[in-house]
Design a protein around this ligand. Structure first.
Ligand SMILES: Nc1ncnc2c1ncn2[C@@H]1O[C@H](COP(=O)(O)OP(=O)(O)OP(=O)(O)O)[C@@H](O)[C@H]1O
Ligand SMILES: [Mg+2]
Length: 352
């Protein structure tokens, strides 16, 4: 996919700034401040467009996320399935990478969803037969191979379509890693020492995408992180679970002497449902550190994840895209201890 000036304005929600238009991007291109567009053939016509690899340099200049002063580690986790943990990780990862923030995603769920979202099997050649494809997949090095000393940490890192986005794929051997860590001293801190800290040498942002179950991989991701994102569905069955989760989390933080920030993000909000509206209100009123923005239940959100894109990339004109940018902007400012400096995104409330 390639991008026009007006689409790029939408991806970074620049068009919400009255004083910024696509002509400012063209001017920046002409004066050499951002990369040059290429002529791309489209349906018998040619059009000047930017390629995905060029977007990070544009995002760094005109977007809303700044590179952090020191590397940040974010974990997405809650003990509930299907609440958009992986979708939030995907969106945060791609939006950050589009701002030239060098990002590494680490998948800790044996289901392998974030690995798929990073486009892993996407790159397998269509001409392969099943044995060749399996051989290629089996050659994938994961954290267990690194733990066993069969490869270096660098050898587990896979690149993506964006030059600023890499990931460590989930492999079935994560089950064995979880078991093996059990026998280690300081077993909750193995990732911190051997994965997170070394990755900080190369990356500005490290994201752990978790499964919904407490296990040693998850506790390792928690001891590693500066901030925890907890997606909370705007659905009634989330209530009981959340209470239990919060008490587990408080106990774990206190026992492990951790002080990461927790950010609750309401997800799957349906404005047409009274109960959903009431639950959202309850979260806003009762949860410390509840995001001011939510992820609404939407087809665009679902389709974006299915195509391994962030919502702003996939459906830049949709309310979901603006909401995702607002959510990421607010979260990023918080964890970087920045006061809200931008008027352009913050002034806009997407809520109807
Ligand atoms: N805004 C949205 N509205 C509705 N569905 C969405 C939205 N965004 C993503 N989805 C879809 O919801 C499903 C569950 O999302 P996701 O995989 O992110 O949840 P999860 O919490 O990571 O689940 P698990 O606990 O299985 O890891 C996915 O199929 C995803 O494509
Ligand atoms: Mg998931």
């Amino acid at each position: 996919m390639n991008y026009s000036a007006s689409k790029i304005c939408k991806i970074f929600s620049l068009s919400t700034t009255p004083q910024f238009s696509k002509f400012d991007l063209i001017e920046a291109e002409n004066s050499g401040n951002i990369p040059k567009q290429s002529l791309i053939a489209l349906n018998k016509r040619t059009q000047k467009l930017w390629s995905p690899e060029q977007l990070p340099l544009i995002g760094e200049k005109f977007g809303f996320m700044e590179k952090p002063k020191s590397p940040k580690v974010i974990t997405t986790f809650v003990t509930k399935g299907g609440v958009l943990k992986t979708s939030l990780t995907l969106n945060l990862a791609r939006i950050a990478a589009l701002h030239n923030i060098n990002t590494c995603v680490i998948g800790l769920d044996m289901q392998g969803d974030i690995t798929t979202c990073m486009g892993y099997d996407y790159y397998l050649d269509d001409d392969l037969n099943i044995n060749e494809a399996l051989e290629q997949i089996n050659a994938t090095k994961g954290l267990m191979d690194y733990y066993l000393g069969d490869c270096t940490l660098d050898e587990t890192i896979v690149t993506t379509d964006l030059p600023t986005l890499s990931f460590i794929p989930e492999t079935p051997e994560l089950v064995a890693l979880n078991q093996s860590l059990n026998t280690k001293n300081k077993r909750e801190f193995w990732f911190k020492k051997y994965v997170t800290e070394p990755l900080k040498e190369k990356f500005d942002l490290i994201l752990y995408d978790c499964s919904p179950n407490w296990n040693l991989l998850i506790t390792n991701a928690l001891t590693s992180c500066d901030a925890l994102i907890v997606p909370v569905e705007c659905k009634i069955n989330n209530f009981r679970n959340l209470k239990m989760f919060n008490s587990f989390l408080t106990q774990f933080k206190s026992e492990m002497d951790l002080d990461f920030k927790t950010q609750y993000v309401p997800t799957r909000y349906s404005q047409n449902r009274k109960l959903s509206r009431e639950i959202l209100k309850w979260y806003e009123d009762n949860l410390d550190n509840c995001s001011s923005y939510f992820v609404r239940e939407s087809l665009q959100g679902e389709e974006a994840s299915a195509l391994y894109l962030s919502v702003p990339e996939y459906a830049p004109l949709s309310p979901s895209a603006l909401e995702m940018n607002l959510l990421v902007d607010e979260f990023w400012q918080k964890i970087n201890n920045k006061r809200r400096r931008r008027k352009k995104l913050a002034q806009l409330s997407p809520r109807p």
